[in-house]
Design a protein around this ligand. Structure first.
Ligand code: FPP
Length: 235
């Protein structure tokens, strides 16, 4: 019997962006602390990464910490950093075994030293032919990303720049533009997430909190994407 490939597995996005939103509200609804909301959010990250590999999505970007997130309490900021550090430490083996290449977008120089060490430990792994390139946006802002790219070009002595020059000098250099952006929690905003790379992305705002995201929800999102008709300004 011939195997008919499902449509959502044929027309898949190459690069999906995730704006992880709703950890706090998920926790509040259950009478839990915001920290436990972020902890559940990290479990959703693990499940999603596994599912991305299963569905053969080659690139994913996740907004883990924005430049605006410093406005939160010190306790919450430290909790998020601890969770990310533990995740990187615990999953170091998975990055190797599952062939996941880590990319970090954002200014990590102002992050705690132990977090930067864990990041560098994973960044230093040499992954050949990655199954998934995972770009984690940490202390990241889209406008700052563009300004940094322009400053890099000025430093190279450029007097005139084109779109590709900017693309090639963003943190995400070498990663294709976003095809699909998923923001959980029902909020319909981009919040300075990869604004240059998002130009032609399809946007999707499921009404679930981030800790509820999993393989099933990704499958549903891929079905939504497969039905979209991307025209890139044509008809
Ligand atoms: C949004 O929920 C979540 C965050 C600002 C931080 C989430 C970070 C993690 C779960 C770690 C992710 C790790 C990796 C490696 C990608 P919110 O606090 O804004 O929720 P609320 O809007 O309901 O308060």
């Amino acid at each position: 019997m011939t195997k008919i490939l499902k449509n959502y597995l044929i027309k898949t996005p190459k690069h999906i962006g995730f704006i992880l939103d709703g950890n706090g509200r998920w926790a509040k609804k259950r009478g839990l602390s915001r920290s436990l909301g972020h902890k559940a959010g990290v479990e959703a990250v693990r499940k999603t990464v596994k599912a991305l590999i299963k569905y053969k999505i080659p690139y994913a970007s996740m907004f883990a910490f924005s430049t605006e997130n410093w406005k939160r309490s010190k306790e919450e900021v430290n909790c998020i950093f601890d969770l990310i550090r533990n995740l990187l430490k615990e999953e170091r083996g998975s990055f190797i075994n599952q062939k996941i290449k880590l990319v970090i977008s954002g200014d990590i120089s102002s992050l705690p030293k132990d977090l930067v060490e864990s990041i560098n430990e994973v960044l230093n792994i040499d992954i050949k032919d990655p199954k998934l390139t995972l770009n984690i946006c940490l202390n990241y802002g889209g406008r700052a990303d563009i300004a940094r790219a322009v400053n890099k070009l000025i430093a190279q002595g450029k007097r005139s720049i084109n779109e590709d020059d900017i693309t090639n000098n963003l943190y995400s250099a070498g990663i294709p533009d976003l095809d699909f952006v998923i923001r959980t929690s029902g909020e319909q905003r981009i919040s300075n997430f990869m604004i240059y790379q998002i130009a032609y992305a399809e946007l999707y705002f499921p009404k679930i909190y981030w800790p509820e995201f999993n393989e099933k929800k990704l499958k549903k999102a891929l079905k939504v994407f497969a039905k979209r008709n991307r025209r890139y300004g044509g008809y």
